[in-house]
Design a protein around this ligand. Structure first.
Ligand code: ATP
Length: 511
């Protein structure tokens, strides 16, 4: 079922102008995608929701737009040149390459699924008396499964952190993990692959190798004092940025989930050393609230603590979403300590210190980061919203129940027929509403067909102009989710749509 849903999401995204494979007429480019006419609107709206919630709603967070190219030393300092790699393993029979840690995590997931089934069974059996926490703590099957998960975690962590990758290979062998494609257990050794793309930059004194940024965060670190000084910022304060990042993902599958060129939305929050855990907890909670505020089923989200901490972090958690192919990371919250700023101070030879007026001290702040993939968020919304609804009498409809404020179009204006002055009136309405909303205008095909097309791209409100409208200045509005239809005055349209679809209404859920 889930696999089917995922296939439907991919084909729906293509058929309705959301996502196309890149350079498709040349047979595409692996793991690179283009956003179509509806996709770009949805993507812009997700970005806007993120930006406004981070920058506009916080008086101590400001924005930044740093370049993709940076001085190569940045990546030496940040640890990416030496350490930004994934442990990969190849299956000799299928010739497919996998991330070794992901193969192991997928194996563990089977035990989590078993536990969940056990819990659900018990829930049904005990009804209202069910004490879930006690059940988890005492049920022998669940305890055994959790112990297995923990043991595997510990061994994976040991192998990855010590760099002794043969231990990871041994674990894969012992667990009997088979290639999902060939079903064989004929594996190569585990090896590290660097994920950064490099290119050449010409200058008068020759060419130098530079990198395409693999994360937007470093642009924030190297500008933090510029922003702090010119913006007279005081700790704690944050800098937010959205933009493209590039990673040579070797195992790139699952549509826009893992791409070679993708967009990040990151915020670095600079804090007094020693207060970072408080802020880490704050952002962990706040970011989950941002997700749930979209009306997504709350059970589809969970936290996942990192087993292997990145070289810069002292605490890290993922916010995971239950995609059609299982729980996977959408966003990371990382306590990055003062690692990056210390490194930049050392490598640039420039002090990266903040002068604290109150204590008269120069300090290097600690940083808590929130980092979300815009494309993954796009996939969350597409998979959560795409529904095949049974309308009875053998009829169904395909509807994309996107959060109204994020839908590509907020309303569609549809004259019932293409004559008798109806298009003229409809255009007048369009002219008025387009200043506030992204409106769709369409006069081709029957009204039923047009409604279905708007359902399929997620338009929350359709406005139908008919012959009576010419007499009484009223139109029919139809709501996407309930399919309820109502007659309203043309002059009321703007305020009705505002109430239903405004970004303001969405943001209110966060304050
Ligand atoms: P993963 O473990 O899935 O590779 P990551 O831990 O490397 O992700 P981060 O470096 O924490 O990811 O990046 C922050 C966010 O950027 C991720 O939560 C994800 O939403 C997004 N992201 C990372 N890599 C990709 C990619 N290749 N394609 C699309 N989005 C990505």
């Amino acid at each position: 079922m889930s696999e089917e849903l995922f296939k439907n999401v991919i084909s729906h995204a293509k058929e309705y102008g959301f996502v196309f494979p890149s350079s498709e007429i040349y047979d595409g480019l692996a793991a690179v995608y283009d956003y179509g006419q509806n996709g770009v609107e949805l993507k812009n709206n997700i970005r806007e929701y993120w930006w406004k919630s981070m920058v506009q709603l916080h008086d101590n967070i400001v924005g930044l737009d740093a370049s993709i190219f940076m001085a190569p030393k940045v990546w030496k300092a940040s640890g990416h040149v030496d350490g930004f790699s994934d442990p990969m393993i190849d299956n000799k029979d299928s010739k497919k390459r996998y991330r070794a840690d992901v193969l192991i995590e997928d194996y563990q997931e089977k035990y989590r699924v078993k536990n969940l089934k056990e819990i659900n069974k018990a829930k049904k059996r005990f009804g209202d008396d069910f004490d879930e926490a006690q059940f988890i703590a005492t049920n022998p099957n669940i305890k055994r499964n959790n112990q297995k998960i923990e043991d595997i975690d510990a061994r994976l962590k040991e192998g990855l952190e010590s760099g002794e990758l043969q231990k990871v290979k041994e674990l894969i062998d012992e667990l009997g993990i088979a290639c999902p494609v060939s079903g064989s257990k004929n594996w190569t050794e585990v090896r590290q692959f660097n994920l950064m793309y490099s290119t050449q930059m010409s200058a008068t004194d020759g060419e130098s190798q530079i990198y395409l940024r693999p994360e937007t965060a470093q642009g924030i670190f190297v500008n933090y004092l510029n922003v702090q000084k010119t913006g007279r910022m005081k700790l704690p304060f944050g800098i937010a940025q959205t933009g493209k990042a590039f990673r040579n993902e070797i195992v790139a599958r699952q549509f826009i989930m893992r791409m070679k060129e993708f967009e990040q939305m990151e915020m670095q929050f600079f804090v007094q050393p020693g207060t970072e855990m408080k802020w880490y907890e704050y952002w962990k909670e706040h970011r989950l609230k941002w997700h749930k505020n979209l009306g997504t089923n709350p059970e589809k989200y969970r936290y996942h603590d990192h087993v292997k901490l990145a070289h810069y972090a002292n605490a890290a958690v993922d916010i995971e979403y239950d995609f059609p192919f299982g729980f996977k990371e959408v966003e990371g919250i990382h306590s990055r300590t003062d690692f990056d700023l210390q490194q930049h101070e050392e490598f640039s030879g420039k002090k990266q210190r903040y002068f604290d007026n109150e204590t008269n001290e120069n300090i290097i702040p600690y940083v808590v980061e929130t980092s979300i993939g815009l494309d993954r968020m796009f996939l969350v919304l597409m998979s959560n919203s795409l529904q095949e609804e049974d309308l009875g009498e053998g009829k169904t409809r395909t509807v994309l129940k996107l959060p109204a404020a994020l839908a590509p179009f907020q309303c569609a204006i549809l004259p019932v027929v293409k004559k008798d002055g109806l298009p003229e009136l409809a255009h007048e309405i369009f002219k008025d509403l387009k200043l506030d909303f992204n409106c769709y205008y369409e006069e081709k095909d029957s009204i039923g067909k047009r409604y279905r097309r708007q359902d399929a791209i997620g338009t929350p409100i359709c406005i139908t102009v008919d012959h009576e409208s010419l007499e009484d200045s009223e139109v029919t509005i139809r709501f996407r989710d309930s399919m309820e239809q109502r007659r309203v005055k043309i002059e009321e349209l703007s305020s009705i749509i505002s109430k239903e679809v405004s970004m303001k209404a969405l943001l209110k859920g966060l304050v």
